[in-house]
Design a binder for this molecule. Structure first.
Ligand code: 5GP
Length: 203
């Protein structure tokens, strides 16, 4: 029985800013070649060390609207004033061989939860409000105003936490990553994800 006989799925990580999601993504992707990152489309401008096609596909608002009108997105949402979206064709082609891990907001996650694409949802929280505030301020890249907006968005998102399946408290990076990998393993082994198992062992 090979991995060809198992159906791949989307791993949706949801976390308020300052939850420590980026470090988790980087570690999982570095440690597991079977998992690919979903490169989103966005209308926001690239930050200084971001690479087009690797971090995001940076596109104009016109192009984004055009793609949205022709139903090219599995999900799309406006976050902090910019559009973000996940390409349906990209997801479908990668899922043929790999799981895909994705960094999307709560609105986008809910659109996928209402679609027929196989997925799991994992919410990530910092260990406490104090640590969270420290992390947000400690980045040193955002103004107090920006931090305040992020905090308010995050507080609203946390109110919706019970709509998701798994919770990881990101106290220790290694532990958080191991817990997520354990969840993925368990999900992979669900009977529903095995294709044609009856015929494989049948007479
Ligand atoms: P940033 O611009 O800081 O990279 O991301 C801002 C927010 O947009 C984050 O909450 C991130 O999860 C969300 N985001 C990134 N890509 C997508 C996407 O493709 N779809 C949706 N719905 N949200 C996204």
């Amino acid at each position: 029985m090979s991995s060809e006989n198992k159906r791949n799925f989307l791993i949706i990580l949801i976390s308020p800013s300052g939850g420590g999601k980026t470090a988790i993504f980087n570690k999982i992707l570095a440690e597991d070649n079977e998992i690919k990152y979903s490169v989103s489309f966005t209308t926001r401008k690239a930050r200084i060390n971001e690479i087009n096609g690797t971090d995001y596909n940076f596109i104009s608002e016109e192009k984004f609207i055009e793609m949205r009108n022709s139903s090219e997105f599995l999900e799309s949402a406006k976050v902090h004033g910019f559009w973000y979206g996940t390409s349906k064709s990209y997801i479908n082609s990668v899922l043929k061989k790999n799981h895909i891990i994705m960094d999307i907001d709560v609105q986008g996650a809910k659109q996928i939860m209402n679609s027929d694409v196989d997925h799991i949802t994992v919410f990530i929280l910092p260990p406490s409000r104090e640590v969270w505030l420290q992390r947000l301020k400690g980045r040193g890249t955002d103004s107090d105003e920006v931090i305040q907006v992020r905090l308010e968005t995050a507080e609203k998102e946390i109110q919706e936490i019970r709509d998701f399946q798994y919770l990881i408290i990101n106290d220790d990076l290694d532990k958080a990553v191991n817990d997520i990998k354990t969840i993925i393993k368990a999900e992979e082994n669900k009977i529903e994800r095995f294709i044609n198992i009856e015929n494989y062992y049948g007479g």
